[in-house]
Design a protein. Structure first.
Length: 485
């Protein structure tokens, strides 16, 4: 991929959010003005795909919807407010898209204005991720009332950072992290300050910033006022305002997690978004594989959290994938529905954790509102709707489970439901007696030939399959028949 245009600007959208919980009108206006500039660049270069996301400030602001609507009116863009965990996943994706050869456990650290995302990554998989409300702007406004700050202000701020890290630090230590990759403006500034003190011959593009150096830099910055900080190489006016808090977060993380230092990477959330968009358009197989791995890991974690029978879920999933592939000529669903069907198969029983009575309804709520990495809220609603209709209730126009979906998805979901009901019927006994299938579509008939383990018997599965014939016909207009091979 080739970069045609690049633009960025620090707008401090959330500056007032950390004080009163509201986006300031002037901050919103300032940000919309920048977004209009971005929008003009998009039009000039003829870009057809745009994804705009917001992070900590809009997660916390009580009037975030006002800003979202303003952006839509000014640019036509639907601004997504992503969670802290999704932000961490995208940063992880952006870094791994451009990183080669690191297999030992890593800690990815991204410090923004409102939050700090910490992600433990091992062999390309997200082992753990957490979003902490210790952003540089947030801490500056909450604690640092004087310039330079007083000792008691610094002490109070560090105590809060330590409290936020208390549950995280042992996990990082247990993971035996060897590499720390830091992204964001604070990491860039600390990297630049450290390198400015080195002889020119010893400066490298990617170089470890040692913990000892970070502690010294943090102490030095805390003793200088704004004008003095402005003279430090690597700091601009906007970064100099919040660098004391940012450096304090880094020093606390490195000390309390027992880390030797960090490597700065200019990659981050934007690069993760680009990698996600490239994967969605099938332009990056590397990113596609990473996203598939993130989704699978998250599905397993979610299933285990709600005590799902994982073996049964995987058997249903395998059968659902086979049914999808064998009947592709008939259902003609978009290829991404294979992913949504797979996820619904893995999580269709999560509602039983709440109550066996009405478990389909509970499953919808859990899936639609859970943080399942790699899926947008819209995609989770599609997956939830597919998993909802496995009992007596069948999809019908006007139902609340279908209303939130786009018109195209409201047409596709009933087909996916029909396929998942077949897959579940084929493992009704939870014994894995049906190991595979093939399909023949001819005239008004669909014939399924089932591969089975004869000693286990398949009478229950054939009986349940027969019960699905009516709905199958209602959706596809074909009679369904099954036989054992």
């Amino acid at each position: 991929m080739k970069s045609l245009h690049e633009d960025r600007e620090v707008v401090r959208l959330g500056q007032s959010v950390f004080e009163n919980g509201l986006l300031a009108p002037e901050a919103m206006a300032r940000t919309v003005k920048v977004l209009r500039r971005f929008h003009k660049a998009v039009q000039i270069h003829g870009a057809t795909l745009v994804r705009a996301v917001a992070t900590s400030a809009l997660r916390d602001a009580r009037n975030s919807q006002t800003f979202v609507e303003w952006v839509l009116a000014a640019t036509g863009w639907n601004l997504e407010v992503i969670s802290g965990l999704e932000e961490a996943r995208l940063i992880h994706l952006g870094i791994l898209e451009n990183l080669r050869g690191v297999r030992s456990p890593m800690l990815l650290m991204d410090l923004g204005g409102g939050s700090c995302e910490l992600t433990i990554s091992s062999r390309g998989h997200i082992a753990q991720t957490v979003s902490l409300p210790v952003g540089a702007v947030r801490l500056t406004q909450e604690f640092l009332r004087h310039d330079p700050p007083k000792k008691n202000e610094l002490a109070s701020m560090k105590r809060l950072i330590a409290e936020r890290l208390a549950r995280v630090a042992p996990r990082v230590a247990a993971a035996r992290v060897r590499t720390v990759i830091a992204t964001g403006g604070t990491a860039a500034a600390l990297d630049a300050i450290y390198k400015a003190k080195l002889p020119s011959g010893k400066r490298k593009k990617t170089q470890l910033v040692p913990r000892k150096a970070v502690l010294k830099i943090a102490d030095m910055l805390a003793r200088r006022d704004f004008q003095q900080r402005m003279l430090v190489p690597g700091l601009g006016s906007k970064r100099a305002e919040i660098i004391i808090a940012g450096a304090s977060v880094y020093s606390e993380v490195l000390q309390r997690c027992g880390l030797l230092g960090f490597l700065y990477s200019p990659l981050g959330l934007r690069d993760g978004l680009l990698a996600q968009m490239a994967a969605d358009q099938h332009l990056s197989r590397r990113s596609e594989k990473q996203i598939e791995a993130d989704r699978w890991d998250s599905l397993l974690v979610t299933g285990k959290r709600y005590h799902v029978d994982i073996v049964h879920a995987q058997q249903v999933r395998q059968l659902a994938m086979k049914v999808f592939d064998e009947l592709e000529e008939l259902h003609r669903m978009p290829r991404e529905y294979r992913q949504w069907l797979s996820a619904a198969a893995m999580l269709h029983e999560v509602g039983s954790y709440v109550n066996r009575a009405g478990w389909h309804r509970h499953a919808y709520y859990i899936i639609a509102h859970s943080e399942i990495l790699g899926y947008t809220p819209e995609q989770r609603r599609i997956i939830a709707a597919i998993a909802r209709y496995l009992g007596a209730l069948l999809p019908a126009a006007g139902q609340p489970y279908l209303k939130p979906l786009a018109a195209a998805d409201r047409k596709q979901v009933p087909k996916a439901v029909a396929l998942l009901r077949l897959a579940r019927a084929l493992n009704q006994g939870r014994r894995g007696s049906v190991t595979g299938l093939s399909a023949r579509i001819k005239d008004e008939r669909v014939n399924l030939e089932l591969k089975t383990i004869k000693r286990l018997g398949s009478d229950l599965e054939l009986w349940m399959l027969a019960k699905e014939r009516r709905y199958f016909f209602a959706v596809f207009g074909r009679e369904l028949f099954a036989e054992l091979s």
